[in-house]
Design a protein around this ligand. Structure first.
Ligand code: GCO
Ligand code: MG
Length: 415
């Protein structure tokens, strides 16, 4: 008698002040359930409704084993497909089904992919400071922890976080996060010049442009950063201007990474097949979960493109665990972004909530030790969620402000 989906629940919780969404798939087998990540921090209510109002009626009574069938069923059920809301909702169910599959097979999910090709996952952490000295201190802090790759920013993505029109903006300009792209470019090149002077080339840096400057400026920046031997330059171009990668390739050997904003294969297939990027950085739940992410990793392997999954603060431990289990099993792995458990106050966004709250809510997180992250050996994804603890930290509905990014003349820029 096959095991069926009996019910689907959503648990929303924000132990560090960042809205997280977890999907729980309950089965007809007593005590057997799976957990998945459906986190879209800024639209969590909509994702919750998508799961409970549309996916639950579609899925209750179906076989839990049929992961590929159910992914396709969810993906095409509303005819219009591939938006961020539905993909994150679908991912929550998909990741939970892989968690169940591992529990039924009594093995960690990475074993279902053919076993481990590495014993631990190399990760990069974030550093961000106002001065070279501040950044050097943070780099050395993480180097002492064995970290060999670091994302280096100075003031977030160049404009800081202050929601205020500068005096140089036109009269009546709206408040927002203002970026002077030329100044950001000058400062970024000077920063990496100083860091290489101070620290040498024995540590790998990535830098995130976050799609915030004009494509022609991004080409210029990629050329100017070449001497500093970045591990990769991330999101140099917005997803609707990736044709500029061709020109970027002609003027710079800086390795290029793109992907946290990709929703489906139509956005990345050509970039990978034409080797216009070197690292694919999708947000695994934004493309619909483990099922599409494994297909993507295998596809990218054919073209020498390596994975560097997105692993920010606005992802639940189930999403981070999904990243890590895939990382353990794919040969074409590059590096894993690891926002970490309450990292020191280096990151640009203030974490709220009491120290250790994340670990009170989620048990079994992949562990960070000496620069590597290790999944636990429990069946499935290995994560338990304490729903009583989770209820102590409700999600919030603040208006998102950091994405109100503006150019010097006050016009909105992509965030
Ligand atoms: C990264 C990302 C994040 C995003 C954040 C959006 O490379 O980690 O750019 O910092 O900005 O996940 O909420
Ligand atoms: Mg990024």
């Amino acid at each position: 008698m096959s095991v069926k989906i009996r019910d689907i629940e959503v648990i929303n919780t924000a132990p560090e002040g960042i809205n997280l969404t977890v999907v729980k798939v309950l089965t007809t087998e007593p005590g057997l359930y799976g957990l998945g990540c459906a986190t879209f921090a800024y639209r969590w209510r909509t994702v919750t409704s998508y799961v409970l109002d549309y996916l639950k009626p579609l899925l209750v009574g179906r076989n839990v084993e049929d992961i590929q069938e159910l992914w396709q069923l969810m993906h095409q059920n509303a005819y219009w497909r591939n938006g961020g809301i539905e993909n994150n909702a679908i991912a929550g169910v998909d990741i939970a089904l892989w968690d169940i599959k591992g529990k039924m097979a009594n093995m960690p999910v990475y074993q279902l992919f053919g076993g481990a090709v590495r014993k631990g996952v190399p990760v990069y952490r974030h550093v961000d400071g106002a001065t070279v000295d501040e950044i050097v201190d943070q780099v050395q802090y993480y180097q002492d922890l064995g970290v060999r790759h670091l994302r280096v920013q100075s003031g977030g993505y160049g404009g800081g976080l202050e929601m205020k029109a500068p005096s140089s903006a036109p009269e009546g300009a709206y408040d927002g996060i203002y970026l002077n792209s030329r100044e950001y470019m000058r400062k970024t090149v000077a920063l990496f010049d100083a860091l290489r002077d101070r620290l040498g080339f024995g540590i790998d840096f990535v830098h995130d442009v976050h799609e915030r400057i004009a494509p022609a400026e991004a080409v210029e920046l990629a050329r100017e950063l070449e001497p500093y031997k970045l591990f990769f330059l991330e999101d140099a171009l917005p997803v609707n201007q990736t044709e500029y990668f061709e020109r970027m390739r002609q003027v710079s050997t800086v390795p290029l990474a793109e992907g946290e904003l990709f929703n489906n294969e139509a956005m990345y297939r050509d970039l990978i097949a034409r080797r216009l990027i070197d690292f694919i950085r999708v947000h695994v739940t934004q493309i619909g979960g483990i099922t599409p992410a494994m297909k993507l990793a295998i596809f990218a392997e054919q073209f020498g493109v390596r994975t560097a999954w997105h692993g920010p603060g606005d992802m639940s431990p189930l999403g981070h665990a999904a990243n890590i289990h895939i990382d353990m099993a794919v040969p074409n792995f590059g590096v894993q972004e690891w926002s970490g458990i309450r990292p020191p106050n280096f990151v640009i966004q203030e974490l709220k909530g009491p120290e250790g709250a994340l670990l009170d809510v989620f048990d079994g997180l992949p562990e960070f030790r000496k620069g590597y992250v290790y999944p636990n050996e429990r069946p499935g994804l290995g994560i338990e969620l304490n729903e009583k603890e989770a209820a102590k930290y409700p999600n919030s509905d603040e208006v998102t402000t950091w994405t109100q990014t503006r150019a010097q003349d006050g016009s909105l820029n992509l965030p």
